[in-house]
Design a protein around this ligand. Structure first.
Ligand SMILES: *[C@@H]1O[C@H](CO)[C@@H](O)[C@H](O)[C@H]1NC(C)=O
Ligand SMILES: *[C@@H]1O[C@H](CO)[C@@H](O)[C@H](O)[C@H]1NC(C)=O
Ligand SMILES: *[C@@H]1O[C@H](CO)[C@@H](O)[C@H](O)[C@H]1NC(C)=O
Ligand SMILES: *[C@@H]1O[C@H](CO)[C@@H](O)[C@H](O)[C@H]1NC(C)=O
Ligand SMILES: *[C@@H]1O[C@H](CO)[C@@H](O)[C@H](O)[C@H]1NC(C)=O
Length: 830
């Protein structure tokens, strides 16, 4: 047939030989010949039984001859046909056809888009190398049209989404082409690539422009891109192979002094399952005349399970540097058959630049796997002839079936056993009258499946919807249990506290404070002075909630207004920047009451390391409170733009901080938190994004992180809204909704970790939000499977021990803020 001729022609074509060669990896994956089962083809809708998704097979005429989504397709519609390929696949070509139905049909899709997913949960949109997502489809009902995917996709699930400009009926038949993705890699993370601007040459852009994960804080994570697209770079990195997009396109490259003083590039790789790795191949440029060399050495660490620590023993490999031959090459690194689900490698610079164009992994595959593998290949070559069942397979098939049955028996046994253990555990935990305790046990077995987890969090999402602000969460604590119940089990000294929404109206936070008499809130309770509203000059909006906004303003004449001994820094006659929280005029009376309460609480706070309430405007609407604002912005921003001080940073004038600056910052935060803790205030969202700092590196703890879009990825989303800073939260806050000073201590540990990684990375950056919650379950179970944050290279060992104590499962094992302050302070004086 024409298709076979076509495939043969393609097989003749030559191209750069990567580990997977896209030019040869073009086998039909089984829509036409039914190796893909009906059950694995689904759709968003179907018009009739006879145009269901199972009829979307290229060149076949069963049913009414194609899949057709229900009704007319409108330009705004997003109907799709979904194919589960059953395993990770390197997908290179998509073929489509319309509904011909032996000359009675005439529907087809003129254009379509692709979505894909490696795990069936997280969907990504495919785009070509120029950033276009829409592909040309069919022009009639019978000719099949082939589209090459540049870049190819590594995926298990694919969605074809027909696109139309006019309202019309569409029908599709499809085939997918590619080959199995034997590497098993599902994501890599790396520092982002850089620009090379040598005098006299064009600028080379060495970024990973097809990366399909997250790009944040100068790192890439959670996706794959140019290092796995099968295209290897040329000897001259300025020359690109097929895509004349820009010089340096084929390479991802880094400069040796841009990543701090480490002298290496760290990458992490996550795989679909545990594998025994024999080697790693890195295709690297070696144009030494331009300062580019292969790496001098590499060290790799292994993690057998995702929820586990890195094994102490690493594999190190020194390369033989080559100063004669400038050609780009594959460097093979032996991995000694180490077992891993995840690998972290450090590639050490041998020169100013290091550039990679492709990375691949070789892993031992067990007997049965090799067998199915070869079987698949023969199948794909003989696409249209149906293979008779191979007798040689029968014993293996029987073996597999017996294994599966045995596994099922074991799983059933484990489930029964777990139910028993959970019952016992339930009895162990005291104060079980609190409905929140139930939630753990309901949720626990579900952690395996994040989709289920989301559905099982109705309390969380309801409270998120119900709250007045950008995502207050503690409301149910207040209404559903008395403080006594909430804090009974392990924090008796909180028994007298009440939880009040402090930031609830305009911001996001709640503090727990000593019980207030709510009914007696009048002007005389507010100790802050009334400031003339017209002297506040709006500069910028910092954030907003449902009933209010936070503005950055200039306050004219504020130092004079506050008088002698005012807490403001000397501004040499310039006007003072302040943060102004303002309640909208249409706020409910409840919100208004909360706002006044918030003012009352804030006006009690008086500590050099806590943001201070300066004055208020409450004599007329809208109600305002004016707090300090710090000119250096927040600590996260500040640190992420700096490197650790060294001769290199001095010589090149790179903004830097010293280790003792970092320690000084840590002490200040512990001091501020010590003050809050002494008043029984619970902050709930301690993180570097909530610490502001001035020119002299004085830190003040504030709380408006969540209302700024900049940091939205730090918060877990429920139904699209950022709500919980789960990466900073103690396990009991996530599972039980309990926020105490001890959970603030946990967050302090994470904040320290951020400081000593210079905020270059989000905590647990390799874990998705769902995996972070799964990890929380491991913290609760405490069976040694929980992942801790790694020790930052800059961090003294004694300090890392302190962090680890902050993340103790049992609250009494965590230090107090007083203890933390005492432990940290001596470090600064050294
Ligand atoms: C395709 O993926 C994008 C995200 O990349 C998503 O917004 C969109 O809803 C997806 N469409 C379908 C039909 O899955
Ligand atoms: C990579 O660099 C090019 C050229 O500088 C730029 O146009 C492109 O947007 C960048 N891509 C990404 C993903 O950063
Ligand atoms: C990896 O190797 C060990 C022995 O070294 C073996 O027991 C195990 O089955 C292997 N695992 C895989 C996935 O091949
Ligand atoms: C890093 O680059 C500098 C020049 O910018 C060079 O002097 C130094 O030797 C390089 N470091 C390594 C480890 O090659
Ligand atoms: C097709 O199958 C036959 C056996 O049925 C085999 O001899 C032949 O090599 C196969 N063709 C390809 C291209 O694998």
């Amino acid at each position: 047939t024409i298709m076979h001729l076509f495939l043969l022609l393609i097989l003749q074509a030559t191209a750069a030989l990567g580990q997977i060669d896209p030019a040869h990896c073009r086998y039909a994956l089984g829509m036409e010949d039914r190796r893909i089962k009906d059950d694995d083809i689904t759709a968003s809708s179907q018009w009739y039984e006879t145009t269901g998704p199972q009829y979307a097979r290229l060149n076949r005429e069963e049913g009414d001859g194609a899949w057709c989504p229900e009704g007319q397709l409108e330009p705004s519609d997003s109907q799709y046909l979904q194919v589960d390929l059953g395993r990770l696949t390197f997908l290179t070509v998509v073929g489509t056809q319309g509904r011909y139905a032996r000359n009675s049909g005439n529907e087809f899709a003129r254009a379509y888009r692709l979505n894909y997913s490696r795990d069936g949960l997280l969907w990504k949109s495919w785009k070509n190398r120029l950033g276009n997502a829409v592909m040309e489809g069919n022009k009639n009902a019978y000719t099949s049209v082939i589209n090459d995917l540049h870049p190819p996709i590594i995926t298990r699930y694919v969605r074809l989404i027909p696109v139309t400009k006019l309202s019309t009926t569409v029908c599709m038949r499809v085939e997918l082409y590619g080959c199995p993705w034997e590497d098993g890699l599902i994501s890599y993370s790396a520092p982002e690539g850089q620009l090379m601007m040598p005098p006299g040459y064009p600028i080379a852009s060495l970024n990973d422009s097809t990366y399909d994960g997250v790009h944040e804080r100068r790192r890439l994570f959670g996706g794959m891109g140019q290092l796995t697209d099968g295209v290897i770079g040329q000897d001259d990195f300025l020359v690109t192979r097929q895509y004349h997009v820009w010089p340096g396109y084929d390479y991802l490259g880094w400069r040796n002094d841009s990543l701090g003083t480490q002298g290496y590039v760290e990458m992490e790789f996550v795989f679909d399952r545990q594998r025994n790795f024999t080697s790693l191949k890195v295709h690297s440029n070696n144009m030494f005349s331009r300062g580019v060399k292969i790496f001098s050495s590499v060290s790799c660490w292994f993690k057998p399970r995702l929820i586990a620590g890195w094994e102490a023993e690493s594999v190190a490999f020194k390369t033989v540097l080559d100063d004669r031959n400038p050609s780009a090459r594959y460097v093979t690194v032996p991995l000694n058959r180490r077992t891993a689900k995840s690998i972290r490698c450090r590639f050490y610079f041998a020169d100013v630049w290091m550039m990679f164009s492709e990375i691949s992994f070789q892993s031992g595959i067990t007997q049965t796997h090799t067998h199915t593998h070869t079987h698949t290949h023969r199948d794909t070559f003989n696409a249209s002839t149906s293979d008779p069942p191979d007798d040689g397979n029968t014993p293996i098939l029987i073996g597999c079936l017996v294994t599966i049955i045995l596994l099922l028996v074991i799983i059933i046994f484990l489930i029964l056993w777990c139910q028993y253990v959970c019952k016992v555990l339930e009895k162990v935990i005291p104060a079980n009258t609190d409905p929140h305790y139930e939630r753990v046990f309901l949720l626990d077995p579900q952690y395996q499946n994040p989709a289920v987890l989301r559905n099982k969090l109705p309390e969380l999402s309801q409270s998120a919807e119900a709250s007045a602000c950008g995502g207050g969460y503690a409301e149910p604590d207040v209404t559903q249990c008395t403080p006594h119940q909430c804090f009974h089990s392990n924090a008796p000294h909180y028994a007298e506290t009440d939880i009040v929404r402090l930031q609830g109206v305009t911001g996001s936070n709640m503090y727990a404070v000593p019980a207030l008499t709510v009914d007696s809130l009048t002007r005389k309770d507010i100790s802050a002075a009334e400031f003339p509203r017209q002297q506040l000059i709006f500069r910028e909006k910092l954030g907003e909630g449902q009933f209010g906004e936070v503005h950055l303003c200039e306050a004219e004449g504020l130092p004079e207004f506050l008088g002698e001994g005012s807490p403001l820094p000397d501004r040499d006659g310039r006007s003072v920047l302040v943060a102004v929280k303002q309640l909208r005029a249409d706020a409910t009376s409840q919100a208004r009451n909360d706002f006044l309460k918030e003012i009352k609480i804030m006006s009690r706070l008086n500590d050099p390391n806590i943001i201070r309430l300066l004055c208020v405007c409450v004599s007329s609407d809208p109600l305002c409170m004016v707090t300090e604002y710090m000119e250096n912005g927040d600590l996260n921003m500040f640190l992420s733009q700096r490197e650790i001080e060294s001769t290199l940073t001095h010589a090149n004038n790179i903004p830097s901080v010293s280790l003792s600056d970092l320690l000084h910052m840590s002490v200040q935060i512990s001091s501020g938190m010590k003050y809050l803790a002494s008043l029984n205030f619970v902050h709930r969202d301690l993180a570097t994004r909530n610490c502001l700092l001035d020119r002299r590196l004085t830190i003040k703890i504030a709380d408006f992180g969540m209302s700024r879009n900049l940091y939205s990825s730090d918060y877990y989303r429920i139904q699209g809204r950022a709500v919980l800073p789960i990466r900073w939260m103690a396990w009991e806050s996530i599972l039980l909704g309990k926020f105490t000073t001890a959970s603030d201590v946990w967050a302090f540990g994470v904040t320290l970790w951020e400081i000593f990684t210079l905020c270059k990375e989000q905590p647990y950056s390799l874990l998705s939000d769902e995996q972070v919650i799964e990890n929380t379950g491991e913290f609760f179970r405490n069976q040694g499977r929980q992942i801790f944050l790694y020790a930052p290279p800059l961090c003294p060992p004694s300090l890392f021990e302190l962090m680890m104590r902050c993340w103790s499962r049992d609250i009494p094992d965590r230090p107090t803020f007083e203890g933390l302050y005492q432990a940290l302070r001596p470090h600064v004086n050294q």
